[in-house]
Design a protein around this ligand. Structure first.
Ligand SMILES: Nc1ncnc2c1ncn2[C@@H]1O[C@H](COP(=O)(O)OP(=O)(O)O)[C@@H](O)[C@H]1O
Ligand SMILES: N[C@@H](CCC(=O)OP(=O)(O)O)C(=O)O
Length: 394
């Protein structure tokens, strides 16, 4: 999947973030997810987006892109914009779920338009991605969403993500975009996630309640002591407070992604972060690629096996993807996206990989050249049976 040339060159230029100091982290990241809370983007009184702020942020996004960095935006604000338009204006009225969903449906279209307009000044194409919790938990949908993000980024677009509020129900909705942003960051193996907030980081206690609370510059492990510091949201528009930000931090760190909670209110918040402004960085022990391989090797139960010929074994050892031509046998019943054991010609285990094809199609493709895929299956699927990013060799 990581075949896009600009990305490969960016890849070569960056170093693992764990060893980089705080001021260098954003600059060193090749793929960055930035989450923008409603309170930053939407005026509490008018329900309109803050135009100057949005323009300043998109200037920064354009700068990151010029440097060869890839950016995904996770933008809240649909409910805050939409409730005004629908006349649900009483700030003390707590919206019922269906009112929120109606507000989101109305606001999302304006929100997407605001991003589109602001990024168009830099000739950047915007792509709207609306997701549910399901999409990040069901393996097949997860892999499909991951591929869509890869495709959008490789074509130079900036995905603008929000929860698909109109179809989610109370039980299954993320309900806060902190976690959604972390799931997206993990899904695309981002190196950095920035949560732009109304607060400049994690404090030892909620600073709005405890004036002696002190901000932490860096967190390297999510301990019970750290988790105990989190309190509820401080603003009327914010939904998550620090609790959801720490859940997000755990998801990001497990995926090898560094996460910052940084103040977003001023103009140019990403530049301020890069210049060493106040924030809290959550630093993972390993980089995204290693974290993903550990997840594939350890967390998933293989549902079948692919037996390779000697040439394919050599190709995998050289870090290449597994093409159908190198497969001599397919065992088991599995779906697209399943984990399968990768075996050498003598049946010895080489590792585990996520397959791009279900068992019946993989069996039909075994031994065929990539150019034959369309003739064999009747549609044009991926060239690789297992992509190298989805292979964990032992
Ligand atoms: N330990 C803590 N450190 C910092 N802020 C905290 C803490 N506990 C609770 N909070 C509250 O969380 C708020 C940030 O959450 P929220 O308003 O949901 O943010 P946003 O809308 O910017 O995503 C802060 O303004 C603060 O009132
Ligand atoms: N999906 C919702 C956002 C929910 C949310 O997380 O809001 P916030 O705490 O302001 O980031 C919306 O667009 O209104």
């Amino acid at each position: 999947m990581r075949s896009h040339p600009p990305q490969d060159s960016a890849e070569a230029a960056v170093q693992p973030l764990a060893g980089v100091d705080a001021t260098g982290r954003l600059r060193a990241a090749r793929r960055i997810v930035v989450k923008i809370g409603s309170a930053l983007l939407v005026d509490d009184r008018t329900g309109k987006t803050h135009r100057t702020w949005l323009d300043a942020l998109t200037d920064e996004v354009a700068l990151l892109r010029r440097r060869g960095q890839e950016v995904i935006l996770v933008s809240s604000g649909a409910v805050a914009v939409g409730r005004r338009i629908l006349g649900l204006t009483d700030p003390h009225h707590i919206l019922r779920l269906e009112e929120k969903q109606a507000a989101a449906a109305t606001g999302q279209i304006r929100l997407a338009h605001a991003w589109q307009e602001a990024l168009a000044h830099h000739d950047i194409t915007v792509a709207q991605v609306l997701m549910t919790l399901d999409d990040s938990e069901n393996r097949r949908r997860y892999l499909n969403a991951r591929k869509t993000f890869e495709q959008l980024l490789s074509l130079g677009a900036v995905p603008v993500v929000n929860e698909n509020d109109t179809v989610t129900t109370q039980e299954i909705r993320f309900g806060d975009n902190d976690r959604l942003a972390a799931r997206v960051a993990a899904m695309v193996s981002a190196d950095a996630l920035v949560l732009l907030s109304d607060i400049d980081g994690l404090y030892t206690a909620n600073p709005r309640v405890d004036p002696t609370a002190r901000r932490l510059d860096e967190v390297r492990a999510m301990t019970p002591e750290i988790e105990a510091m989190a309190g509820a949201a401080g603003s009327s528009m914010g939904t998550g407070g620090m609790v959801t930000k720490l859940i997000a931090a755990r998801i990001a760190m497990d995926a090898g992604c560094a996460m910052a909670i940084a103040p977003g209110k001023g103009l140019g918040p990403l530049g301020a972060l890069e210049a060493g402004g106040p924030c809290t960085w959550f630093v993972p022990a390993q980089e995204p690629r290693a974290a993903r391989k550990r997840w594939i090797a350890g967390a998933l139960k293989p549902e079948g096996a692919l037996v390779l010929d000697a040439g394919a074994v050599r190709a995998l050892m050289d870090g290449k993807s597994l093409l159908p031509a190198g497969v001599t046998r397919v065992d088991g019943r599995f779906q697209k996206g399943a984990a399968v054991r990768i075996l050498d010609p003598k049946g010895r285990r080489l590792g585990v990989g996520l397959t791009n094809y279900p068992a019946d199609e993989a069996a039909k493709l075994a031994g065929h050249r990539t150019g034959d895929i369309e003739d064999v299956l009747g549609y044009r699927g991926p060239d690789e049976l297992v992509h190298r990013d989805d292979l964990a060799l032992t």
